[in-house]
Ligand binder design. Structure first.
Ligand SMILES: CC(C)(COP(=O)(O)OP(=O)(O)OC[C@H]1O[C@@H](n2cnc3c(N)ncnc32)[C@H](O)[C@@H]1OP(=O)(O)O)[C@@H](O)C(=O)NCCC(=O)NCCSC(=O)C[C@H](O)C(=O)O
Ligand SMILES: [Mg+2]
Length: 309
């Protein structure tokens, strides 16, 4: 069955932090961070000569229980190198052995790149709960985004989330990296549309200037308005800004509650459309309000978990 954006699982992915898998100091910091997800990177932040060391550091991190001890609800993702690269096969085996929540495939050009990883995982009896995330960051990836997202419809599919790789897209296309992303945005919107057509989450690319908080806040605001679920990050200093931008403001939550309460009134239970404060409100708005309330509850649960640790 096709999963639509209103039926997909709700999982806060406001702030998704990359961390080079061979950076032990950064790994040691994770426990105290409030990001919703972490991506342990074996790809671009690790030079070829350090790939094996990075895999080994990651294996130990998971084996010694450090991943299990992360704050409740923090999702763990491992970014492997492409299967077509000299490191991809070993990375996939190492990632599978770590048992993260998801494996992130970079530079996905076409559906076959997802299918190849799914097939390889089948050989290892990977549990059905292991998800796949895909980076859309090449011209072909953008052009084929709909077909790639469509693989999520097949039986046993693992694809769950797209990430836009804006640095690679800028490199591959020569598009200007300007504030407000005027030329990049049409491609980002295309990726968002493809993800939504098949019920996937979709995350915005990184903001490289990690000391420019106002710049990050602007880009997060734009990303949220474009429809992204959250932002990928490179530095702990960026987490709070992303959590705020992709979180749920009290006014939005209050409005959602008013919509659910209005539809629950005896006069309105059988009505498809009602009037609220001079505005038309339909059942699709009720669906949106219910999802927003559930998402707010999941975010609150994340923070309760943070307090306990
Ligand atoms: C960008 C950095 C290299 C900056 O590092 P550094 O100069 O060490 O920063 P600070 O001195 O300000 O760090 C302060 C402390 O915070 C820890 N730290 C830094 N970054 C992280 C992190 N990502 N996760 C956890 N902890 C972190 C430092 O260890 C310091 O701690 P301490 O020493 O105890 O004081 C660095 O931030 C970094 O490496 N970031 C991640 C880079 C990365 O993963 N890049 C690849 C993913 S982005 C990408 O590929 C985009 C995509 O594919 C595309 O195409 O767009
Ligand atoms: Mg990239």
């Amino acid at each position: 069955m096709n999963q639509t954006s209103s039926s997909r699982a709700i999982r806060p992915r406001r702030s998704v932090l990359y961390l080079p898998a061979n950076n032990s100091r950064a790994l040691g910091k994770l426990q105290g961070l409030a990001c919703d997800s972490v991506i342990f990177d074996l790809e671009d932040s690790v030079v070829p000569g350090a790939k094996e060391e990075a895999r080994e550091t990651l294996r130990r991190f998971f084996k010694d229980g450090h991943a299990a001890a992360l704050p409740e609800g923090m999702e763990t993702v491992i970014r492997i190198n492409p299967l077509s690269s000299p490191w991809g096969g070993e990375d996939l085996l190492a990632a599978r052995g770590c048992k993260p929540d998801a494996i992130l495939i970079p530079k996905v050009d076409a559906p076959d790149d997802i299918v190849a990883v799914e097939d390889a995982l089948e050989q290892t009896d990977a549990p059905p709960s292991l998800r796949l995330w895909a980076m859309i960051e090449t011209p072909k990836g953008v052009m084929n985004a709909g077909q790639i997202a469509r693989t999520a419809r097949t039986d046993g599919a693992r694809l769950d989330c797209f990430i836009t790789g804006t640095n690679d897209l800028i490199k591959e296309t020569g598009v200007a990296a300007l504030p407000g992303r005027p030329w990049l945005s049409p491609w980002l919107m295309q990726i968002i549309l493809a993800a939504r057509a098949y019920g996937l989450d979709v995350l915005d690319g990184v903001f490289n200037d990690f000391r420019d908080e106002p710049g990050l806040a602007d880009e997060c605001r734009d990303g949220q308005a474009m429809g992204f679920d959250g932002k990928t990050l490179i530095h702990p200093a960026q987490i709070e800004t992303a959590n705020r931008a992709f979180g749920i403001a009290p006014e939005r939550l209050a409005e959602a509650r008013r919509i659910t309460e209005a539809f629950a009134l005896p006069d309105n239970t059988d009505r498809g459309v009602i009037s609220l404060d001079g505005r038309m409100v339909e059942r699709l708005h009720l669906d949106m309000a219910e999802r927003l309330i559930e998402k707010a509850a999941r975010i609150a649960a994340r923070h309760d978990g943070d307090k306990e640790t």
